[in-house]
Design a protein around this ligand. Structure first.
Ligand code: ATR
Length: 273
């Protein structure tokens, strides 16, 4: 069988082995998927050892996505745009670096939540690695407008400058949280504020009854961002579906087969509660 791992630090909490083991059973793929804890200063050595033992691919998580980007010998367009790699594929001495986070988000929103992004007004909160990773797939879904708002507005502006060439018909702009006043169809929280039980300070009028408020984080309870959005009438969704869909895309990159995701999603949700 082929060997895959998720590499991170910490890694014990990762749901990726559960997800990929279920995908493998569902698609009758002969593979094994485990967890690999790399020392904070030992990511490259851990990958090299895994490859030497015959490893075929890896998911990469916190804090190694930038090191994986630097290590890859070939990068996909979406990995280059994200500036980070969450999927490595080892093949004949080469290392393909890909990033499936953004397509995972878009698939969860468009297919699982049934929300068509074309022509929509999108507010993206945050300008760190998580935000950068989803901008290209969002633009490729042809929204009418994409506003990137961040606590540090200069970082949002840098992203706008980077992605302007891909914006085509989409109005792409940057601002601070206090500058956001209009209503949006979709508001995505890509800040890490939820980790501190914090909500980015945005005006409640960004939410309407048809607005989808999406938090890239997930947990047993709705995040504070979701609670804030729901209290102002929005529809809410957490990032559990994104987790499953990015995994499915990685599985496809490695195996060329698309696993079904709905049953895995339901089972993860049940485990959380
Ligand atoms: P990640 O990989 O999760 O994106 P990151 O690159 O460190 O992590 O980026 C964190 C993002 O969350 C940034 O946009 C950060 O805002 P700044 O650029 O101003 O630092 C944002 N963030 C973190 N804590 C926040 C908080 N309490 N309120 C609002 N935004 C926050």
């Amino acid at each position: 069988f082929a060997e895959y791992v998720v590499i991170g630090n910490p890694i014990a909490h990762s749901k990726s082995p559960d997800i990929h083991t279920r995908f493998a059973a569902d698609t009758a793929q002969d593979l094994r998927y485990g967890r690999l804890l790399a020392p904070l200063d030992g990511f490259v050595a851990a990958v090299q050892e895994f490859v030497a033992q015959g490893g075929k691919g890896a998911n990469v998580t916190v804090p190694f996505k930038l090191e994986a980007y630097a290590l890859a010998t070939t990068l996909t367009t979406r990995a280059k745009a994200a500036g980070a790699v969450n999927t490595l594929k080892f093949d004949g001495g080469g290392m393909l670096g890909d990033n499936t986070d953004g397509i995972g988000l878009v698939t969860d929103i468009a297919r699982n939540a049934g929300f068509d992004l074309e022509g929509k007004k999108i507010l993206l909160l945050g300008a760190g690695g998580a935000a950068r990773g989803v901008i290209l797939p969002l633009l490729e879904s042809h929204p009418a407008q994409l506003v990137i708002a961040n606590r540090t507005p200069a970082k949002a502006l840098e992203l706008v400058q980077q992605f302007q060439p891909f914006a085509e018909q989409c109005a792409l702009s940057a601002c601070g949280f206090a500058d956001v006043q209009q209503q949006f169809d979709l508001v995505i929280n890509a800040t890490s504020a939820s980790l501190q039980a914090d909500v980015p300070p945005i005006a409640p009028q960004v939410f309407g009854v048809a607005t989808l408020a999406y938090d890239m984080m997930y947990g047993k309870q709705p995040t504070v961002f979701m609670q804030f959005a729901a209290a102002h009438g929005a529809q809410v969704r957490d990032g559990l579906g994104m987790l499953v869909e990015q995994a499915a895309e990685s599985f496809f990159v490695w195996r060329g087969v698309r696993p079904r995701t709905d049953a895995v999603f339901v089972s993860l949700r049940t485990q959380l509660s």
